[in-house]
Structures are given as C-alpha cells and as structure tokens.
Design a protein around this ligand. Structure first.
Ligand SMILES: [Zn+2]
Length: 200
C-alpha cells in the first residue's frame, strides 16, 4: 500500500498514528509524511524542529518527508496550500491517508484537516487521528492494532526532544491513550481513528 500521513506540526503524526506508521513500514508499505508548519512556536528554532522531524521519520523508517515550512500557528488554508499538498498526493498516489481530526482546538490542526480533505478528495481511505487538542466529539470507529510497534512509536516521539518538557509529549499519556483504545478493541495497544471515508 501507499500511505501518506499529514500533520500540522512536527510530532503530530507520531503522536496520532506513529504506531500505525511503524506497522505499515514493517509490512513493506511506502509511507510519505507531509508536515505543514515549521514548528517555530515550539520554543526552539524551526531548524531544530525540522531536524527532529527528520530524525523521527528516520526512526520509523519513513524516507519521504515533505516539510512545507508554513509559519507555526498561522497556517493558511487557501487554494495555493491545497494545490501544494495535492501535488505531493498525486505523486505519492496513496491508498490511504492519515489526517488530523476536523474538530481541534488548535487552528493549524483544523486548517490542516480541511486542506487535506480537499487535496485528498480522490483518495479511497481517509482516517482522522487524535491528539491532545482533539475535541470531545471524537468517537472512534476504526482501530489499528499496534501491538509490537509501541516501542518505535515512543522512540519517534522522543526524537522531538526540544518538546520533551511539554505536557503534550508525555509518553505515558500517549501510550495510556493507546492502551485504552486497545482495551476498547480487545487488544493490548491500538490507535483510534474516525473514518472520513473508507472504500475497500
Ligand atoms: Zn500540532
């Protein structure tokens, strides 16, 4: 399968679907990351955030990483941004994309979700992932079993060392969320998603 994961900031993809990504790679799938902003609101320079993003992708064995470099917290959602994402989507030809949920507290996450939906209008499978700023109407209806992939996921999150002091990157909380999603789905660890579209 060809997979594309889209995140607003460096670290969003790892938190929301890092286990699924590790699983895809282990199954021989081709994975592409698109990271919309430069992460410069994260307390360090965009250079640091970008190199951490590349390291995290390396840990997950994801070779294709597109850092679009929009200013953190001010991501625009106009046609030029949609066109830019769509160009990458056309090249990557994904069978499935992972995108942020549409109801998010953070404006970049909301904008990324909307941009991704427009740019991925011809993709058959679109799954929305969760994170610390997802709003409470996130009702999981698709689970991915990530047993055996949580170490890689945790390692990829730790690669964002500059964000380590922030509550947001608490590995215990993230793996706790995955433990609960696993509990719901009768496995040890799972990631939960909301389906935007799913055509087999
Ligand atoms: Zn984010």
């Amino acid at each position: 399968m060809n997979i594309v994961a889209i995140g607003a900031h460096p670290d969003d993809i790892e938190i929301g679907c890092g286990g699924a990504i590790a699983k895809h790679v282990s199954q021989g799938d081709t994975v592409t990351f698109i990271i919309m902003t430069d992460g410069s609101s994260g307390g360090v320079s965009s250079e640091v955030r970008e190199s951490e993003a590349r390291n995290a992708a390396k840990i997950l064995n994801v070779k294709e990483v597109h850092l679009l470099g929009y200013k953190d917290a001010s991501l625009p959602g106009d046609k030029s941004v949609i066109d830019q994402v769509e160009k990458i989507i056309l090249l990557a030809s994904p069978d499935r994309v992972y995108i942020p949920y549409h109801h998010e507290i953070h404006q970049d996450h909301r904008t990324t979700s909307a941009v991704a939906l427009s740019a991925c209008r011809n993709v058959r499978q679109i799954l929305m992932y969760e994170g610390p700023s997802t709003m409470s109407d996130f009702h999981v209806n698709y689970w991915i079993n990530i047993e055996g992939h949580t170490e890689k996921k945790a390692e990829s999150i730790r690669a964002h060392a500059s964000q380590g002091e922030k509550e947001i990157l608490k590995i215990d909380a993230i793996l706790g969320m995955n433990t609960f999603r696993g509990y719901q789905a009768r496995s040890t660890f799972a990631e939960g998603f909301v389906i935007s579209r799913f055509l087999e």
